[in-house]
Design a protein around this ligand. Sequence first.
Ligand code: IFM
Length: 450
Amino acid sequence: MGFPEDFIWGVASSSYQIEGAWNSDGKGLSVWDMMCRKQGAVWNGHTGNIACDHYHKYKEDIALMKKIGVKAYRLSLSWPRIIPDGIGTVNDKGLDFYNKLIDELLNAGIEPFITLFHWDYPFELYCLGGWLNNDSPDWFAEYTKVVVDKLSDRVKNWITINEPQSFIIEGHINGTHAPGVKLPFNQITHISHNVLLSHGKAVKIIRENSKQKAKIGFAPTGEVAIPATNKKSDIDACKKFMFEINDKSIKQNSWWLDPIYLGKYPESGLKTFEYEKPRIKDGDFDIISQPIDYCAINYYFAPVIKADNNGEPVIVPFEIGHTKTTFGWYITPEMAYWGSKLLYERYKSPILITENGMANIDMISLDGKVHDPQRIDFTHRYLKEVKKAIEDKIKIAGYFHWSIMDNFEWAQGFKQRFGLIYVDFNTQQRTLKDSAYWYKKVIEKNGENI
Ligand code: IFM
């Protein structure tokens, strides 16, 4: 047994990372437009002003996706492109860009998966307090309604929010991502609650307004861990590590997925946060725990965990020389098996791997090609673990490679290349990397060669 016939083989990207056209056709400012203007915020002063110029080159890009044979494309929408002030007047030209893009995808036989929010928050709403403002869930619902009214006749797959941990921790605690602030922890938990309410309200809007039966997910990227051995004690320690919250952090997936799937915050989190808990109103969990269809998850790296003598989790250090990507992230394919297994056991919802990939040293060789054997090996290893999980009866609906093309890697600018397609950022020339041809074969054979 291998990958199911209907396995979704996809690629992913996000609006700010590829679109460019930062001030074209009536687009409003996002917090990332502003962050890029802050001196020293982004490596070498890079900005997403042009990025991959996908706004103008989307047809070419979709033709390349078709050449690779992808079945699905996970894109995100720029909220301020659609509603420049975040709420109120809709920018028809901005919305029309996505309208045309969706048509182009469908004509190419590629299923669109829309992420409503992948970090390019409207700057005008940030000025009103952003996610701290208790109206922010309604703002998100308003934006969702505009999008669903326009696109749901053709789009049936939705991810509400991407990696809340990343944009909250990097953007609101460390200040290294937009909006670049450092807030106290009680405000962080408050933001997290508003983000969860935004998710819940968006799910409701999609269900009530979609012109066809919709499938919806939410994509966190929190702690996933790999047990050091198959001993029960190590596996239990791993679960504790993944789901118990013992430090003041909102990084654990349980902080996000327990409210959605179990209708409550994990007790350990409420206890640890004690005086810094979010203010929970009656009915909030009814909004947050709307049923969803995918437990979406992004996989990059994970620690190995063993149990100490009291059964408590301990991180096992990687041996000297354990392989890393150019980003410095350890390569840990087993997370795709263990993460999927432990999340599936806890939440009993089909897993959708919405991101997985690596930053690599990629360059155009003398023969004009881009040879990236490391990315092929990386992806092969992670997909083997996905296959193993499927063979263990864990429902995994699909896999989206991050990313379809090299792009603006946030505070790292264009330093890190994650794409299956090489982008020359000076000429905007695209070149399919060896990994793209390899992935094409994987898709054609529905993973039989994994
Ligand atoms: O590029 C990012 C993406 O925007 C969110 N997930 C992780 C990727 C690699 O850092």
